[in-house]
Design a protein around this ligand. Structure first.
Ligand code: SAM
Ligand code: SF4
Length: 327
């Protein structure tokens, strides 16, 4: 089992399989993209498979595949296949923009993938196009409907971006009223790769909830595991539920159980920090499970207690992009 210097068990890994993406969400990266990693620096699919096997041996029981957009990475289904064969994994999940997931839904179901997070910041096509800088709404909506029909649990991540999409909050609430999904409203974080200025957060979790309360005063809290990042609510009679993720306010750090691994093998112990080691070369040189355990124990032994301490320790976070951090 992996335990950090604050006695938190680390059993959840978010693995980015690419830093590339077919959308250009303006809160994530600039229109022109970022300096994407060289292909030779990316972990190969077999390297990721080995890494996940070792992580599972070390007590990690939940792996989320993310990116960039996971489905632009060739071979990602092979990786899912491998994960589905690791008996000790309790949960395999993915975060996707839903543009390319459609043809893979059946196979994902057969592999036992039970939960998919879809990023959708607008349910009105014009707002979607402005935010993502691409005209892919119909495809995304169609795939969202397919996912819901498949019975896979769907969570929608909606980043609250002030005037860009406040008008989307009530339509999103109407969506969860009608469909069995959990819509999670995220506070915006300053990781947009220089796409635009981040002048502090206006729409924090309290303001988002207050706005929802004005239209929907009768929500009740849903119990959540200690390690959950979202505070969840439901409204009697609604098919779905909603939640709020205080990603910028960072109220959940005390129970953080996660480690991020980027597409190039960087190890990130806190979103508000910087990479603290890289696992690619050890993997390529055939490091044993014990050696990899040593690397992980060393970095987890120096983990910041929360995102504020990490930010202080590692310096300004502006300039980083979620597509390379691995959201
Ligand atoms: N491309 C996939 C997607 O969009 O779902 C996976 C990668 S994306 C970087 C992972 C998550 O990070 C998405 O839910 C996205 O909305 C969120 N994200 C990206 N930039 C963010 C920011 N600046 N603040 C808050 N969330 C952000
Ligand atoms: Fe791509 Fe996801 Fe970033 Fe949007 S949030 S640009 S979909 S990686």
């Amino acid at each position: 089992m992996l335990i950090d210097n604050h006695n938190r068990v680390i059993n959840y890994v978010r693995l980015a399989v690419t830093d590339r993406c077919n959308l250009r969400c303006n809160y994530c990266m600039p229109e022109s993209g970022i300096a994407f990693a060289r292909r030779s620096d990316l972990l190969s699919i077999p390297e990721m498979q080995r890494l996940c096997t070792v992580l599972a041996e070390l007590g990690v029981d939940k792996i989320r595949i993310t990116g960039g957009e996971p489905f632009v990475r060739k071979g990602v289904m092979k990786l899912f296949g491998h994960l589905s064969e690791l008996d000790s994994l309790r949960e395999i999940s993915v975060t996707s923009n839903a543009t390319l997931i459609g043809p893979h839904i059946g196979e994902m179901q057969r592999m036992g993938i039970k939960c998919v997070n879809i990023s959708l910041d607008a349910i009105q096509p014009e707002t979607f196009a402005k935010i993502t800088r691409r005209d892919e709404f119909d495809k995304v909506y169609g795939n969202l409907m397919k996912l819901i029909a498949s019975g896979i649990e769907v969570r929608i991540n909606c980043v609250v971006l002030g005037e860009q999409n406040i008008s989307e909050i009530y339509p999103m609430m109407e969506f969860q009223e009608k469909y069995p999904v959990r819509v999670r409203f995220l506070e915006e974080m300053p990781f947009n790769g220089g796409s635009r200025d981040f002048k502090g957060l206006e729409w924090n979790h309290k303001k988002i909830l207050g706005h929802i309360r004005e239209r929907y005063p009768d929500f009740e809290k849903v119990p959540a595991p200690m390690t959950a990042t979202s505070v969840n609510y439901r409204i009697p009679g609604h098919a779905g539920s909603f939640g709020i993720i205080p990603a910028f306010s960072r109220t959940f750090c005390g129970s953080c159980n996660r480690l991020r691994i980027t597409a190039t093998g960087d190890l990130i112990t806190c979103l508000y920090g910087k990479p603290v080691a890289n696992i690619r070369e050890p993997l390529r040189q055939g490091a044993s499970t014990l050696e990899m355990r040593g690397i992980l124990e060393e970095i987890l032994g120096q983990r910041s207690k929360d995102g504020f301490e990490a930010q202080e320790r590692f310096g300004p976070v502006t300039g980083s992009s979620m597509t390379s951090i691995g959201g």
